[in-house]
Design a protein around this ligand. Sequence first.
Ligand code: SAM
Ligand code: SF4
Length: 467
Amino acid sequence: MKPPRKLHIKSYGCQMNVYDAQRMVDTLGAEGFVETAKAEDADLVILNTCHIREKASEKVYSELGRLRLAKAQAARAGRDMRIAVAGCVAQAEGDEIIRRAPVVDVVVGPQSYHHLPRVLQRAAREGRAIETEFPPQDKFAFLPQPKPDDIRARGISAFVTVQEGCDKFCAFCVVPYTRGAEVSRPVEKIVDDVKRLADNGVRELTLIGQNVNAYHGEGPDGRSWPLGKLLLRLAEIPGIVRLRYSTSHPRDVDESLIAAHRELPALMPFVHLPVQSGSDRILSAMKRKHTVHDYRNVIDRFRAARQDIAFSSDFIVGFPGETEEDFSATLALVTQIGYAAAYSFKYSPRPGTPAAEMQETVSAADMDERLVRLQKLIDSQQSAFNSAAIGTMVDVLFERAGRNEGQIVGRTAYLQPAHVMASHEIIGQVLPVRVDSLERYSLLGELAASMPARTLRTVSSQTTIGA
Ligand code: SAM
Ligand code: SF4
């Protein structure tokens, strides 16, 4: 019997890429590949790339430089290492990758990776192969389901893609070009996927999509279901105790979503709602299709539905035309809303987007300075939010063993990492924890049931969501 071929995937960027990487593992697993953590040992290395900012794209070429050496070394040892580039850089710059990087054997876009086995075969025959079409068929219909053992190994928290692509065409963003038009998966297909995950130990679901609350998949009644209705249906599936969704556009928050937050205890009161800027002038130049007033209105509707709701967001500083006054309006909005966390980025012109044609007006030094000021404000809000948990009881869904012996790590409703000393049996359960202290972004505490008990010190890790 031939030994299994080894596959190494390195994923960059958003949650969609994390999900896609898992589905590539499932697809190639059916072809006899097993995952390896070391690129040097692999027969096939896939870089699952991100094109959202210039820095993200550049990483591909520097990584390919490293892989060129690994491939040469494998060849010296008599092994044929294949290199594939997938994801949004593959979609946007496929031909250029083939031209610039002879080390690459295969280029496959985010809508075509279900064809990976076929494309690899073509590369074996023809030397190199590229597939970046937006095929008319639904890739999900072709992707093999993950094996029960793989689901268990991936842990109790899973991403499920319910929607892909984006029709919003914000002036700065490559997503509509790399991921294509908005498409929603049918409700029944998602329900089947989720039942399979829940049967194999998954307790928390994050429904993902580039613009997830534009979801409008076909329901079992033949009608188009909004995200809120889908969430209500998924909450009925035995085993699923927590639901989340990301990333939302402020304009697509409808009554069904607000109602789901009001009615569903399983729907976590933490919403990632990017605003990008606090200036109407800049929002209009960005073609965001909402004003600051619209955004605040949406926040108020969420807050009226659920008092304990908290928000995170994305911001871009230094968009063409942004003045100090526009930037001050962003700081003012952040101060008004009060975020639990947020991501902020320097504007990066992306080829092919309308904003790339605009004259850049903010100097690199001003951009840096604005980013620092914004991040300082966001950090202070995040620290205040985390500190407010000290001395309170919070529900934690426990996920895995921590770095220190006897330590178990979970997440609160707001995705704050929480650490307790406890037995492994609590993994997969939601239990109340009394928070004693904070270490950077992590809450340290004791299980309510085992109090009084030892407290512990631990290594903190930063909450990561969205972006
Ligand atoms: N669909 C989401 C939305 O509407 O907000 C966001 C998708 S995008 C993957 C994640 C974030 O990257 C955006 O919210 C934005 O802040 C940032 N981003 C996108 N294009 C960018 C660019 N050209 N320069 C800097 N940041 C950018
Ligand atoms: Fe990009 Fe989000 Fe705007 Fe769509 S809504 S174009 S994904 S920033």
